[in-house]
Design a protein around this ligand. Structure first.
Ligand code: GLY
Length: 258
């Protein structure tokens, strides 16, 4: 399991509610989103991470979801090319800070598109989702950069799987060979080499969580998944993500961890 020491975060801007969303959960309360973001940052710090806190960026209503702008590994970083046109400028906004930490940087080029939310690292292997945001060309380019760095990868086509925007809306790596997967993806042959932990259908949103060093950060309100994580013996932190969920966001979306 990757050991993390740092994370990059950016709070939601005043126009957060004007961002993209595919869910019908109402308008987010920006003040509450800021409180939830502060709790999120505190949880990352509790897990031992030093944070780089970028300022809110109202040029891009979705810019708090920094994960989509870069893939960061312990061997290289890859700047993405987000699939939503309104988010394209977010990469230039994150690039300077990525460059302060990494010298080996690649970039997804047109016509490739790739959102970081579609990329799930499982030790030295990466699953890359083909989605509404990430196309086959973007996945191909990423797979090439990862291969140069000695990683393997597999694509997973999630188009047609309802209720998930990104691959990591439906799978996350718990560590210790355990891959947590929603029912709709659990029988995919791509995952057959892994120990699958199925998410209860009513708790699909819980499939996006963070394993940070020894701890697991989960979304609050999903008692069966919490019990499952505790049952495996991981220390757990549960965070209210209600306002980010309204904007198709979840725990992993809010940081770049390395
Ligand atoms: N609101 C997050 C996204 O659609 O990319």
């Amino acid at each position: 399991m990757t050991a993390f020491t740092r994370a990059i975060v950016r709070p939601p801007a005043a126009n957060f509610a004007q961002g993209l969303t595919s869910v019908d959960l109402g308008m987010p309360d920006v003040a509450l989103a800021l409180e939830q973001h502060a709790q999120y940052c505190a949880a990352l710090e509790q897990c031992g991470l030093a944070l780089t806190r970028l300022p809110a960026d109202a040029r891009f209503a979705d810019s708090t979801f920094v994960e989509d702008t870069a893939i960061i590994t312990d061997r290289c970083a890859i700047l993405t090319r987000p699939g939503a046109g309104s988010r394209a400028g977010e990469v230039a906004a994150i690039e300077p800070i990525v460059r302060t930490h990494f010298s080996r940087i690649h970039r997804i080029a047109a016509p490739g598109t790739l959102d970081g939310g579609d990329v799930c690292q499982v030790d030295a292997h990466f699953f890359i989702g083909i989605s509404e945001r990430t196309n086959a060309e973007g996945a191909r380019q990423l797979a090439g950069f990862l291969a140069q760095a000695g990683f393997t990868s597999t694509t997973v086509d999630i188009r047609g799987v309802s209720g998930i925007l990104h691959l990591k809306s439906g799978i996350s790596y718990l560590g210790d060979k355990r891959l947590v997967v929603i029912d709709a993806l659990a029988d995919r042959p791509e995952f057959s080499d892994h120990a699958i932990v199925r998410i209860d259908a009513e708790e699909n949103y819980a499939a996006n969580f963070l394993r940070i060093n020894e701890s697991v950060i989960v979304s609050a309100g999903f008692p069966r998944f919490e019990a499952c994580v505790r049952g495996f013996g991981y220390p757990l932190i549960a965070l209210d993500m209600s306002e980010f969920r309204k904007m198709d966001g979840a725990l992993s979306c809010l940081s770049l961890r390395f």
